[in-house]
Design a protein around this ligand. Structure first.
Ligand code: B12
Ligand code: SF4
Ligand code: SF4
Length: 349
């Protein structure tokens, strides 16, 4: 199959699957692999040890998938969220846009798997393997090489007409497909809005993040309580953070007036009450109940410990005195006791 035939075939299904754009590239060594290695050597990945374990396969995908020759790379927008959860239990807690629905690890992968099935029927002797996020693939590098966007100073992949609020997924295949498009040029220019707005200074320099400082890491990936000097900077973010993307002029242009760039949201009395209700629920619900209610959403990843930790920080930063009782009840918690005491202290001032 020629690249042009493959493109036409996929173009037909693109809209049905909700993908916004796609491209393909050969599976050569990632262009930024040395940067990635150096980033790991500097310890900027914090406790995400799996990123170290994945390095050899990211460098040479064929060491794990010997037949893989190329990747079909897909983008799927998450704003507005395509897989909303009807009974999402939170009304006002500040949750990053990608997490305001069902977990993409399941539904995005399923959509790519359905495409794989179709391709497999047409080409029974070839191999098609779908991945997104958690597999050992350097996705932004791959997507850049496939022409899906440029790597912005906020480290995100941005497309001039689609912005950056999209997930990346890929199908590895035994087919030999050469990229026919040149990678997009860098359109950041002299802009530094993302670096300037980051509350924790996680963007150390253009395209280089200290993940240990990123609110997404601190509220989602980390299994620890954040160091004291970062707690206040998390502000009212309960799960993840979007600021370095929502401030980006390329997203602002596409999603006119729909993206908040407030460091801390200024809530009406009614919204403040809803926030308090959300936080009370998280602080007092059992681990079992939290697990059940958030099943299938990205919030399940943080688990009961992570969500209670995040709630305590928001209570402290928003100075929500009416939740004092719920905070006090966590003073004896083996992992959260210190944070609960810190929160109570903040509520006094
Ligand atoms: C670990 C991880 C995180 C960490 C670290 C993020 C980071 N910037 O490093 C944390 C938890 C902080 C995080 C946060 C988020 N993440 Co994340 N994350 C990942 C994951 C699993 C690995 C990323 C990684 O290896 N980081 C290490 C750094 C060094 O690598 P990198 O970010 O990929 O950057 C590469 C490029 O920038 C490239 N590069 C730089 N300059 C140049 C120049 C050229 C020419 C080229 C070719 C490449 C290049 O070099 C880097 C290393 O090779 C990927 C999925 C995957 N398998 O790749 C998702 C992924 C990057 N995350 C994603 C998302 C959506 C998010 C959040 C928006 C979620 C949220 N709202 O909370 C935030 C965004 C924060 C931000 N500004 O990045 C998407 C990004 C989509 C996009 N459009 O870019 C991905 C691809 C997941 C997916 N399948 O969709 N994430
Ligand atoms: S997601 Fe938030 S904390 Fe992380 S780099 Fe962007 S602005 Fe900074
Ligand atoms: S905010 Fe500006 S510098 Fe940052 S990614 Fe967007 S265009 Fe680039």
């Amino acid at each position: 199959m020629t690249p042009q035939e493959m493109k036409s075939l996929i173009d037909e299904t693109l809209e049905d699957l909700g993908f916004s754009h796609f491209g393909f590239t050969s599976l050569s060594k990632p262009l930024s692999f040395e940067f990635y290695k150096e980033w790991l050597n500097q310890g900027l990945h914090g406790d995400m040890k799996y990123l170290e374990d994945h390095a050899p396969i990211k460098e040479d995908p064929r060491s794990k998938w010997p037949r893989a020759q190329s990747a079909l790379v897909f983008a799927i927008p998450y704003f507005p969220h395509p897989e909303k959860k009807q009974d999402f239990p939170l009304k006002q807690a500040r949750v990053s846009l990608y997490a305001q629905g069902m977990d993409y690890h399941f539904w995005f992968k399923e959509r790519m798997a359905s495409l794989c099935k179709k391709l497999q029927e047409l080409m029974p002797n070839e191999e098609f393997l779908p991945f997104t996020d958690s597999s050992p693939v350097l996705e932004r590098d791959l997507a850049k090489r496939a022409g899906l966007g440029w790597v912005g100073k906020n480290t995100c992949l941005i497309h001039p007409k689609k912005g950056s609020l999209f997930f990346i997924g890929e199908i590895y295949t035994s087919l030999k497909l050469q990229t026919e498009v040149a990678p997009l040029p860098d359109f950041c220019g002299t802009c530094t809005r993302c670096i300037d707005i980051c509350p924790t200074g996680a963007l150390l320099e253009p395209r280089k993040m200290d993940a240990r400082k990123c609110i997404s890491y601190l509220t989602i990936e980390s299994r620890q309580v954040p160091p004291e000097n970062l707690r206040e900077k998390i502000g009212d973010w309960f799960f993840g953070c979007d600021l370095c993307q929502t401030v980006c002029p390329w997203n602002q242009k596409i999603f006119k007036g729909q993206l908040s760039i407030e460091q801390n949201l200024n809530l009406s009395k009614e919204s403040e009450d809803l926030l308090i209700e959300d936080l009370r629920y998280i602080l007092s619900a059992s681990g079992k109940k939290i697990g059940r209610v958030f099943l299938g959403t990205p919030l399940a990843r943080a688990g009961s410990f992570g969500l209670k930790r995040n709630a305590l920080i928001v209570v402290a930063n928003k100075k929500i005195k009416s939740l004092k009782e719920e905070v006090t009840a966590l003073l004896e918690h083996d992992k959260l006791g210190e944070l609960a005491a810190w929160t109570l202290d903040r509520l006094k001032s």
